[in-house]
Design a protein. Sequence first.
Length: 320
Amino acid sequence: MKKVLIIGGAGFIGYHLSKKFLKKKYKVFVLDNLSRKHTDIEIKDLRKNKNYNFIKGDILNFNNLKKKLNNDYSFIVNLAAIVGVDNVINNSYDVMYKNALINHFALQIAKKQKRLKKFIFFSTSEIYAGSLKNNLIKFPTKENNLISLVEFKNKRQTYMISKIYGEMMCFQSQLPILIIRPHNFFGPRMGKSHVIPELLSKLNNKKKKFILKNGHHQRTFCYIDDAVEIIFFLIVNKNKNTVYNVGQQKPVITILELAKKINKLFFENKNIKTEKKIFDHSPIKRCPDITLIKKEIKKMPNTSLNTALNKTFLWYKKYL
Ligand SMILES: NC(=O)c1ccc[n+]([C@@H]2O[C@H](COP(=O)([O-])OP(=O)(O)OC[C@H]3O[C@@H](n4cnc5c(N)ncnc54)[C@H](O)[C@@H]3O)[C@@H](O)[C@H]2O)c1
């Protein structure tokens, strides 16, 4: 049986990716320090599967973990990082050095492997934020769009810079690598501090009026089952040393339109408006060009936004 090590595998993407690997008859090893601290009924369920192995630990304590790790993983996926806008802003220095160190140790584990096929690094769509700010971006955005930096005093941008640095570390490692740039995945178990769970929570009351921040921002969203389908395919296929945008190119929707859609699907008829003032440094638009993944995958999974929102809403109703 082939083995995969997923570092940060107890989080949102890691949980869904673990399930996919188990379904495809892999032995899954998850290393995670459980720093998200949210309900973990689902991880408990996964642990009942004899092919799922959970190692509780912080990869930053690499020297103490070595004995618990194997040297015959086919794939190593690094999902662990300091993430989340508030978390990043409050720990901006840690983001710079810990995200690099996490990836360094993950790459050290990869270098010890006897039959590694690929090391997979999760970057972010935020790495295009500097190019957007400097008017150097095209929409939809291709992977080879020029990457540009921003003002160094900006705390939020430490996340983006740590991911650019992480991509560069991978390319210099001499290992077979795959870089994923996720674009707004959503679905069950994604935590609370993302736009869709935030809207579900804020609209769930009897008030008639709702004033939104940054309602003019434009995004495309990708349901987690579709994302995992694409990612699994990219991991196990033969292509190496490539960067892929993973997400959906359509529909492009404003946050105001999204809020209205969620309100219409699940809540009472509220009057939703957006404030004109710009509140943070969040990118005004994100839309990936997904030509590269379309070339690889015969049939792009494409769950409709309504179906995906429904599934997400049902999960949040049950667990939160
Ligand atoms: N969810 C998205 O749409 C999205 C978008 C862009 C980028 N990404 C990237 O994908 C990756 C996974 O995202 P996610 O949404 O699943 O995040 P998540 O926070 O749900 O999962 C990350 C996991 O890593 C673990 N972790 C963090 N530091 C660790 C450490 N030092 N040692 C061991 N475990 C540690 C956490 O406990 C958590 O379970 C992240 O690197 C993120 O930057 C995700």
